[in-house]
Write a protein that binds this ligand. Structure first.
Ligand code: ATR
Length: 271
């Protein structure tokens, strides 16, 4: 039951109405008997709203936050400490409030690479679509596993900047087929509800035998993954990565490992 002793956690994103994070974190709190609730907030994208949100965390003693599109980079200067891995990636997806000190972590990198490991990454040509915070996490994870990175992004400047950071090369979206990617990972919000027909990577640039992963999980069966199946590619949906990054966040906040099977089951029931 919610009382005056109940701890508050939240997700900060914009848009955030689609987020399934409240469902799985609240379920894990209930499951482990932790007196806490988890809500969703959507600060304004522009201006100092993310800074104000961090101030609110300190003032109201909000114990932890998930940070999602488009705040994973802009939240960094608002924090008191950045974990070295998150600093290297340049993106924070998890904030922990330790007695008023806000600590930033990145649980996306390991969560992104985990479901791709069984296909083998070393020596493969891996095309990361996007150059935002999620892309950085994925690209650093792929680089650590020995993949050959190609960054494809709408905005060339951002794409080149990420490619330089991870010893990869940049390619513009109209030249996607030239990559002959063995692994494609969409890290953008393209294909997410409500614009589910949008495709972040051209279907004609997908080759049979490639592995296509989408970080979008609303819907689970994105237009990109459907196109990949049609073209004879293996697919990895956004669920595995989403649950893994959430479980790691939960552990950072509470020191307890949540039941990831329960989290997956709840997600599957709603997707
Ligand atoms: P996050 O930090 O959560 O990854 P972000 O920094 O806003 O969020 O990054 C979103 C990524 O998705 C960016 O690479 C963005 O491309 P730009 O660098 O050109 O802005 C990409 N993206 C978002 N909407 C897109 C769209 N409609 N078409 C193509 N790319 C898009």
């Amino acid at each position: 039951m919610i009382s005056s002793a109940t701890d508050l956690y939240c997700v900060l994103g914009n848009p955030v109405a689609h987020s399934k994070s409240p469902l799985i974190h609240n379920a894990a709190f209930r499951d482990l008997g932790i007196d806490a609730v988890y809500l969703a907030f959507a600060p304004e994208i522009t201006g100092a709203a993310i800074h104000s949100a961090m101030e609110a965390m300190r003032t109201l003693n909000i114990r932890g936050a998930s940070v999602t599109i488009p705040f994973k980079e802009t939240v960094i200067p608002c924090l008191d400490y950045i974990d070295p891995a998150a600093r290297q990636i340049g993106a924070v997806n998890t904030v922990v409030n330790r007695n008023g000190r806000l600590l930033g972590f990145n649980t996306d990198r390991d969560a992104a690479v985990a479901p791709l490991k069984r296909f083998g990454i070393r020596g493969k040509t891996v095309c990361v679509v996007g150059a935002g915070g999620a892309a950085r996490a994925v690209a650093h994870g792929i680089a650590a596993e020995g993949g050959n990175l190609v960054i494809l992004n709408r905005t060339e400047e951002r794409g080149r900047a990420l490619a330089d950071r991870v010893n990869g090369r940049y390619i513009s979206p109209d030249r996607a087929a030239e990559v002959r990617a063995q692994i494609v990972v969409n890290t953008t919000s393209v294909g997410m509800v409500p614009n589910t027909e949008a495709l972040s990577f051209p279907e004609t640039a997908l080759f049979p035998g490639a592995v296509v992963m989408d970080v979008v999980y609303t819907p689970l069966d994105t237009c990109l993954l459907k196109a990949a199946e049609t073209r004879g590619c293996a697919t990895v949906d956004g669920l595995s990565m989403f649950v893994a990054q959430a479980a790691a966040q939960f552990e950072l906040w509470t020191g307890k490992a949540p039941d990831t099977g329960l989290m997956k089951q709840i997600l599957l029931e709603t997707l």
